[in-house]
Design a protein around this ligand. Structure first.
Ligand code: ZN
Length: 440
């Protein structure tokens, strides 16, 4: 069976022996290709967070954006009359992979909660040599499908024996291209995805390592590595006067390759600190920025891995969102965050349980920088509301926010405020007992 399964694939690889252009990857093991695009918004009754890649391959980008907008439009149509107390949510996140110099894969994850939660996956595989999006039948011979189906059935029967005796399972695992057409090509394996309500009630994943299929497939391991950051030895000693007022700037949803460095430059110039609540999924791409944050005396907080409303997730998934991000940050900075800010500030008892060993940080001033994207409005909001112990919410995702920070940091210092981290506010008792939990 094993030989047959990849032979179509092998033949194609052999036929196209010319040397293609080298694909430039990133250091993020789950987002190997493309530049991350982010859109965030929240409304009285719903929140949305969209992250998807821009690849500069026109056909691929068009397909990705069309898919995102299609799901977004559907969500907006359905949420239009939604007035329940629980906040509805639409979240798009992605993974992208380079198999070799030929194949780029993108997987979009759509997560939505209106009255119920549902998840969908859409995959795109681009052949850089043929310059087109491909389907499974472009790389897989029809005759090899029964073997793939048999492999899938035996895998799921072994791992989820209770759930494989249904008619749905039988239909969704049958050897047809349609059943196996959601897939990505990683360096080490083909990964297939089965939607909710096909094999099982939930999404299912099947990894088929190439060596499982064909012993002599030559898979190049080209993963880039970054220099490990051993010890935080030269973290600057900051002199904080406990008797003077202090405030904490907090920057969520990054890091961003474009705007975070500008903010870091400003903070360094004025010897000020801030707290960056980073997303694990983005942090993985920016080890240097994370290391810079720590080295320059800032604090990194955990803003979860994929920016979902934690209150809609199971306990295991909340733990996973938090722990995964802790590990990403630790790997890059040798530091575990002590602070966590749940996306949208949404929290319940389960969230408190899962974050029991950390402090949950809300805010006292919401600049709404994502909404106005207006430097003057952001600056005025902060200067009108600021007081000793303020925690200021911003997002290092916009040019306007980076500009506002340039104005705010010296202006706040002129008004006598020290710009400190959230941990500093705690350490000096400036969190005003519970004020830290205020906000939305
Ligand atoms: Zn956020």
């Amino acid at each position: 069976m094993k030989k047959q399964m990849l032979c179509g694939f092998m033949v194609l690889m052999l036929l196209c022996g010319c040397t293609p252009k080298k694909l430039e990857g990133t250091v993020n093991p789950h987002r190997e290709y493309g530049e991350q695009q982010s859109e965030l918004s929240y409304d009285e009754h719903y929140v949305t967070s969209l992250t998807y890649p821009k690849t500069d391959i026109e056909e691929l980008d068009t397909a990705i954006v069309e898919s995102v907008r299609h799901h977004q439009d559907r969500f907006l149509a359905e949420v239009a009359n939604y007035k329940e107390e629980a906040i509805a949510e639409f979240n798009v996140s992605y993974q992208s992979y380079i198999k070799d110099d030929r194949y780029i894969s993108v997987k979009l994850d759509f997560y939505r909660t209106i009255y119920q939660t549902s998840e969908t996956v859409e995959t795109f595989v681009y052949d850089a040599e043929e310059r087109k999006l491909i389907d499974l039948y472009d790389i897989y011979e029809d005759e090899a499908l029964p073997d793939l189906s048999a492999f899938a059935v035996s895998y799921f029967q072994k791992n989820f024996p209770q759930e494989c005796n249904t008619q749905e399972f039988k239909i969704a695992s049958a050897p047809t291209i349609a059943n196996y057409n959601q897939f990505v090509l990683r360096k080490d394996a083909i990964v297939f995805y089965f939607q909710e309500g096909t094999l099982f009630d939930r999404l299912a994943t099947l990894e088929v390592p190439y060596e499982q299929i064909e012993d002599h497939v030559d898979i190049k391991e080209e993963r880039q590595v970054f220099v490990a950051y051993d010890q935080v030895l030269n973290e600057p000693v900051k002199e904080i006067d406990p008797n003077k007022p202090m405030v904490a700037l907090t920057l969520d949803d990054g890091p961003s390759k474009k705007y975070t460095p500008i903010i870091l430059d400003t903070l360094r110039e004025y010897n000020a600190s801030a707290t960056f609540f980073v997303l694990g999924s983005k942090a993985e791409s920016e080890p240097e920025l994370l290391q810079r944050m720590i080295l320059e005396g800032n604090e990194i907080g955990n803003h979860t891995y994929s920016h979902k409303q934690l209150t809609t997730l199971s306990k295991e998934r909340i733990e996973d969102e938090i722990a995964h991000t802790q590990e990403v940050i630790y790997k890059m900075t040798s530091t575990y965050p002590q602070m966590i800010r749940p996306p949208y500030g949404s929290r319940n008892d389960t969230v408190f349980q899962c974050a029991a060993d950390k402090k949950i940080v809300a805010w006292t001033i919401d600049t709404e920088d994502w909404r106005s994207q207006d430097v003057q409005q952001i600056v005025e909001k902060v200067l009108n509301e600021v007081e000793d112990g303020s925690i200021i919410l911003m997002h290092d995702m916009y040019a306007s926010t980076a500009e506002a920070v340039k104005i705010l940091v010296p202006e706040l210092q002129d008004r006598g405020y020290q710009l400190v981290t959230v941990s500093d506010l705690y350490a000096y008792g400036k969190n005003k007992a519970g004020k830290i939990m205020e906000g939305k």
